[in-house]
Design a protein around this ligand. Structure first.
Ligand code: ADP
Length: 313
């Protein structure tokens, strides 16, 4: 495919705020999404991701601030689906249509050549289902159809809201490869998810939000380095003696099998000293650096609406 030369590429949020009555869904959000990378848009459920994407796509009006694509509000872009392709809610399709009819209508109203319909159906693996009614599609198939619609205009900017939902493991792998390829072609690819694990091997850049506010906008590597809740793996036959001492010293302790304790909140040196004081024999004392997932959990912990009960903290 010919690399895109269009200037309509960068997504910019400037002090974006959206209030619904008393709820502030998005508050003073500023970030930039650049071409050539997959940028993951992460935050717990209710963080304001969909609201932000809807403002970028001109479907919600900001209370204040601006959301621009290629320096313009979405409504001022001249070429519709050929400027920006988007998948917001895969279920939001006319169930009586066949996949081909749905895409043909979109193509016609956006002056996109008809041959693109067959090409994108092939691309997303729905060629065999082209003449089936969408009403009989699984959620995964609807996601694929939504992705096909986003790709229809061969746009330089792509926005996907939780596209992994409903995909089977093979579909998840397929999507990862597709997103990376689209970015490698020089497109701007902005993909939301509430799970860091989904983005870990897909995105190079991250925009992380919590309760409508920006937590981080940086590379994955820089984000992972922020995690400070280092864990230490401790293996001891004397867990009964050591665990209470660790808890008393302010650590969190998770007991595993075979005498393994995962300790958070104390450095390995201090754990070694406490082991010596309590005469606990240590078979292992291994500091582990925090993973991307842990950095995400830690940095968004205050903004999660519901946490799993029973966590030892
Ligand atoms: P996310 O996509 O990160 O899960 P949303 O953008 O859907 O988050 O929601 C952010 C917050 O805004 C939530 O508290 C949600 O309840 C609220 N919200 C979203 N849309 C509306 C709406 N149309 N009316 C009222 N509140 C809304």
């Amino acid at each position: 495919m010919v690399p895109h030369r269009s200037l309509v590429r960068m997504i910019e949020a400037n002090e974006l705020t959206k209030r619904y009555g008393r709820t502030t869904a998005v508050r003073g959000l500023s970030f930039t999404v650049r071409p050539g990378h997959v940028t993951g848009f992460l935050g717990p459920n209710g963080a304001g991701k969909s609201t932000t994407l809807r403002m970028i796509l001109g479907l919600n009006r900001p209370t204040s601030g601006t959301a621009l694509v290629g320096g313009r509000p979405f409504g001022a872009l001249p070429r519709g689906l050929r400027d920006v392709g988007a998948l917001l809610d895969a279920r939001d399709v006319h169930h009586g249509y066949t996949a081909r009819a749905h895409l043909s209508v979109l193509a016609r109203s956006n002056t996109i050549p008809r041959r693109r319909v067959g090409e994108v159906l092939e691309e997303v693996g729905l060629a065999q289902a082209a003449t089936r009614r969408i009403g009989g599609f699984s959620l995964g198939m609807k996601q694929r159809l939504g992705i096909a619609a986003a790709l229809l205009g061969d746009p330089p900017v792509l926005v996907f809201d939780e596209p992994v939902n409903g995909l089977d493991p093979e579909g998840v792998l397929w999507l990862r490869t597709l997103l990376r390829r689209l970015a490698a072609e020089g497109r701007t690819v902005f993909v939301s998810s509430h799970l860091m694990s989904e983005m870990e091997s897909t995105a190079e850049q991250l925009v992380v939000i919590g309760r409508g506010e920006l937590i981080a906008a940086e590379s994955l590597t820089a984000f992972a380095a922020r995690g400070t809740r280092r864990r230490v793996a401790v293996r001891t036959p004397d867990a009964d003696a050591l665990a209470p001492a660790l808890l008393a010293a302010g650590a969190s302790v998770e007991a595993g099998t075979d005498g393994l304790l995962t300790v958070t909140g104390l450095p390995a040196t201090r754990i070694g000293e406490l082991a010596s004081h309590t005469r606990a024999v240590l078979h292992e004392l291994i500091p582990r650096s925090s993973s991307l997932e842990e950095a995400f959990m830690e940095l968004t912990a205050d903004s999660v609406e519901y946490t799993t009960a029973g966590d030892v903290r």
